[in-house]
Design a protein around this ligand. Structure first.
Ligand code: NDP
Length: 328
C-alpha cells in the first residue's frame, strides 16, 4: 500500500480546513520506524487541532492525531522490528509531525513504547493520551508524597477522558474520590468508576476567594482557569494539585495564598515530551490498576470517518469518557 487514507489539515489563503484525504508513503516525514496504524483516539487536543480553535497544528499540511497504536512495518531502530506492536503518545505528532489519523505513520523509534502486554491496541487507545496523562498525574501526586490517608482527592472534568480514568486509578489506589462534573446525568457512571461524592462543577467555575474551606488533600485538574484557582484555594494544608488541562480556559487568576499560607503544591503535568522512563511507569501503572471492565464501560468505538464529528463534540463536552478510533 503506497497510498493510504488520512485526515489532512491545510491552512492557506482560503482558510483552515480538515479533510478526509489520501497521502502517498513518499510524503511521510522523517523517522526510523514505519507503523501500520490500527487504532487512534479523539482527545480534547485533537478536537482543537481539527477545528482549528487553538493553534495546535504548527506545520501544514498536517496529519492530525496526537496518538496511535499499530504494528511496526519497517524499522532501522534497534528496539523495534517488523511485527512489533507499539503505542505512541505526543512528541508533537499531529502538531509538527504527521500523526495518528492515517493508516501509516513514520516516527522516531525513541518516541514509541511497546504495546503493554495487558492491553490490545484498541484498549491502549481507549486509554490514549488522556488516560496516560491521568496516570502521569497520579504518579506526580504520589511522588509529592500524597497518600489516601491525607484525605479525599478531587478530580475535575470528571466525565471526560482524563477525569474518568483518573477516577478509576485513584479509587483503585484507595483514595476517596470527589468528582466534579457539569453532567449530573453521569453521576451513576462516575460512581461506578469509583467516585464517592459528586459535586457540581458550577461550585468551582466562577471567580472565587483566595482561600476557602479545606475540602480535599489532592486534586487532578483537567479544567484550568477559575476552576483551578478554586481547587487550589480549597486544598488542605500541604496538599498537592496536578494540573494538566484547560477545558475551561488557559488563564489562571489566583493568589499566592494557597502556596504561602497552606504550603499547597501545584504540579504541572505535560505528557507530550515526557521522558520514556516515566511513560513506561505510567503505562505499567495503567496495566496494573485500570480495571478492564471499567475501561470498556467508559469507552466507545467509532470508524475513521466519524473522527471529525467527534472532534467537534469533544470540545462541546458531549463525549463521555474515551473514544477508540478504528483506522481500518
Ligand atoms: P474531555 O473533553 O474528554 O474532558 C474534559 C472535561 O472537562 C469535559 O468532559 C467536562 O467534564 C469538563 N469541561 C469541559 N468544558 C468545561 C468548562 N467550560 N468548564 C468546566 N469544565 C469543563 O478532554 P480530555 O479529558 O481529553 O482532556 C482534558 C484536558 O486535559 C484538556 O484541556 C486537554 O487539552 C488536557 N490534556 C493535557 C495533556 C497534557 O499533556 N497536559 C494531555 C491530555 C489532555 P464534565 O462534563 O464532567 O464537567
Amino acid at each position: 500500500m503506497s497510498k493510504f487514507k488520512a485526515i489532512r489539515i491545510d491552512k492557506d489563503a482560503s482558510g483552515y480546513r480538515a479533510t478526509y484525504s489520501e497521502f502517498d508513503e513518499s510524503e511521510l516525514m522523517d523517522g526510523d520506524v514505519t507503523v501500520r496504524v490500527s487504532h487512534s483516539t479523539v482527545n480534547y487536543k485533537d478536537g482543537l487541532a481539527i477545528t482549528g480553535k487553538n493553534p495546535v497544528v504548527r506545520r501544514f499540511p498536517m496529519i492530525p492525531g496526537i496518538d496511535f497504536a499499530g504494528v511496526v512495518e519497517s524499522s532501522s531502530h534497534p528496539d523495534f522490528k517488523p511485527g512489533d506492536a507499539v503505542v505512541l503518545n505526543g512528541w508533537g505528532c499531529g502538531e509538527t509531525h504527521f500523526g495518528g489519523y492515517a493508516q501509516k505513520a513514520r516516527v522516531k523509534g525513541d518516541w514509541l513504547v511497546p504495546l503493554p502486554k495487558a492491553f490490545t491496541a484498541a484498549q491502549s487507545m481507549a486509554i490514549g493520551t488522556a488516560g496516560y496523562t491521568a496516570a502521569l498525574a497520579v504518579l506526580a501526586l504520589e511522588k509529592q508524597g500524597m497518600t489516601p490517608d491525607r484525605g479525599p482527592v478531587l478530580v475535575t472534568g470528571a466525565a471526560g477522558g482524563v477525569g474518568s480514568i483518573a477516577i478509576a486509578l485513584l479509587a483503585t489506589a484507595g483514595w476517596r474520590v470527589i468528582a466534579s462534573t457539569g453532567r449530573k446525568e453521569e453521576a451513576d457512571f462516575l460512581t461506578y468508576l469509583g467516585a464517592s461524592e459528586i459535586i457540581d462543577r458550577a461550585e468551582l467555575s466562577a471567580p472565587g476567594k483566595p482561600l476557602g474551606k479545606e475540602r480535599w488533600a489532592a486534586a487532578v485538574d483537567a479544567v484550568g482557569s477559575h476552576t483551578l484557582a478554586n481547587v487550589l484555594a480549597q486544598t488542605s494544608y500541604e496538599g498537592a494539585v496536578a494540573a494538566c488541562g484547560l477545558a475551561q480556559g488557559m488563564d489562571l487568576t489566583t493568589s499566592v495564598a494557597p502556596f504561602i499560607l497552606r504550603g499547597v503544591c501545584l504540579l504541572g503535568i505535560d505528557s507530550v515530551m515526557k521522558p520514556k522512563a516515566v511513560r513506561l511507569r505510567a503505562w505499567e501503572r495503567l496495566a496494573r490498576d485500570l480495571d478492564q471492565t471499567k475501561l470498556a464501560e467508559l469507552s466507545q468505538t467509532i470508524g475513521f470517518y466519524k473522527i471529525m464529528d467527534t472532534a467537534a463534540d469533544i470540545l462541546q463536552g458531549k463525549v463521555r469518557g474515551r473514544v477508540i478510533v478504528e483506522i481500518g
